[in-house]
Design a protein around this ligand. Structure first.
Ligand code: GLU
Length: 446
């Protein structure tokens, strides 16, 4: 048997109609794995790819709750338990209006590869709801989280499935979800990660995705004899990921000059450091305020209705959401001299953008490799919970650095081409695949 991307994709599209984000994520993996699969037919014969695109289980449920005005609201909840070959399902919960089954499945599929790359024993899962926490009171968010958990608790557990945060789900939401689980199950378990420090959370978990992305970026730059120091960097979002990415760049002597939201972006040519960074750190994570507040406060440029990719830079870090950087944006970045694109969000670059970066042979890393720091520290939180211990910030940060370095090495090992160019997409996909695939073969047809 041989593996044919077109035949495989026709089947995936026929079985999952209309799920465009899921098709996109699977196609990217199928294209990059095809040569490897045809050189290693045992994976084709065992139909590993066909099995990996079929979630082990999808849970979809009604989430009714009452808002502050006394009106009944109905949202839809999801948990996609994608793959448990190398560990319990693990992955975040996303609360955003754009959440649907396609988005959940693409994220769960990506998570399986990402978690495999971390070197930790975690399978892949993802969940969430089309609930929008923006503009809701704390009480509304709490009632929603309780209603959401009143169904989800049946399907999760510290050795079964361990959710965490993602877009729209930060420390506040994880706290409410944890409280609801504890009440319903009557047990204090490490069933969620990203918890508060006083109830089992890990130091450095809030910072881990942003910091980890920059540690990975440093490893990429090292291959060219470069570093972050003195570099101009673009970020797009400023939530749980963007904020700490900006902080790490500043710590390493680079400067981030942009960030934004769906309304536009801030351009601060002097870089977001010092007092401005302190303001930014509270802007969304504490106050949930729009990006424009920063421009108003510091008198810097606000660019309405556009994305930051038009600003000249050395490094671009998409930190917001899927498909936020398209083929045209990619061409503009290359034209302006960008040498490195490190994804902090999940699948933020379109297929066209990826092809532009590949053609130009610039450094480009997919989120499943470079943003794996978040889930890695979640894995470390699980270890601390099960051992009833807590590690210092230095210990966790040191482990995070080692993990990101290791992921980079795996990408280079599997992604280096004959002319020395490292295709991080191929590297991440093959390395992530092999571990899961071997485990699946060893465990039989289950
Ligand atoms: N949502 C994050 C991700 O995309 C973190 C997941 C977790 O910590 O489980 O990897």
């Amino acid at each position: 048997m041989s593996f044919c991307v077109d035949t495989f994709m026709q089947d995936v599209i026929a079985k999952n109609p209309g799920e465009t984000e899921f098709h996109q994520a699977v196609r990217e993996v199928a294209i990059s794995l095809a040569p490897f699969l045809n050189e290693n037919p045992k994976y084709v014969d065992a139909k590993i790819m066909e099995r990996m695109v079929e979630p082990e289980r999808v849970i979809e449920f009604r989430v009714p709750w009452v808002d502050d005005k006394g009106e009944i609201q109905i949202n839809r909840g999801y948990r996609v338990q994608m793959n448990s070959a190398i560990g319990p399902y693990k992955g975040g919960l996303r609360f955003a209006p754009s959440v649907n089954l396609s988005v959940m499945k693409f994220l769960a599929f990506e998570q399986t590869f990402k978690n495999s790359l971390t070197t930790l024993p975690m399978g892949g899962g993802k969940g969430g709801s089309n609930f929008d926490p923006r503009g809701k009171s704390d009480n509304e968010v709490m009632r929603f989280c309780q209603a959401f958990m009143s169904e989800l608790y049946k399907y999760i557990g510290d050795n079964i499935d361990i959710p965490a945060g993602d877009i729209g789900v930060g420390g506040r939401e994880v706290g409410y979800l944890f409280g609801a689980y504890k009440k319903l199950k009557g047990e204090f378990a490490g069933v969620l990660t990203g918890k508060g420090l006083s109830f089992g959370g890990s130091l450095v978990r809030p910072e881990a995705t942003g910091y980890g992305t920059i540690y990975f970026c440093e490893e990429m730059l090292k291959t060219k004899g470069e570093s972050i120091e003195g570099k101009t960097v673009l970020a797009s979002g400023y939530g749980n990921v963007g904020t700490y990415l900006i902080e790490k760049v500043a710590q390493l002597g680079g400067k981030v000059v942009t960030f934004g939201d769906e309304k536009g972006y801030v351009y601060d040519p002097d870089g977001i450091t010092g007092e401005k960074l302190a303001f930014l750190k509270d802007l969304w994570v504490v106050h949930r305020r729009p990006a424009k507040d920063y421009a108003d406060k510091f008198g810097v440029k606000w660019v309405e209705g556009r994305r930051p990719w038009e600003v000249p830079c050395d490094i671009a870090c998409p930190t917001a959401t899927q498909n936020e950087l398209n083929g045209e944006d990619a061409k503009t970045l290359i034209k302006n001299g960008c040498m490195c694109v490190t994804e902090a969000a999940n699948m933020p670059c379109t297929e066209e953008a990826y092809n532009v970066f590949k053609e130009a042979k610039i450094l480009y890393s997919p989120g499943k490799a470079s943003n794996a720091g978040g889930v890695s520290v979640s894995g470390l939180e699980m270890s601390q919970n099960s051992g009833h211990i807590s590690w210092s910030a230095e210990q966790v940060d040191g482990m995070l650095k080692d993990i990101m370095k290791n992921i980079h090495e795996q990408c280079v090992r599997y992604g280096k081409e004959k002319d020395g160019y490292v295709n991080y997409v191929n590297g991440a996909n093959v390395a992530g695949f092999v571990k899961v695939a071997d485990a699946m073969i060893a465990q039989g047809i289950v």
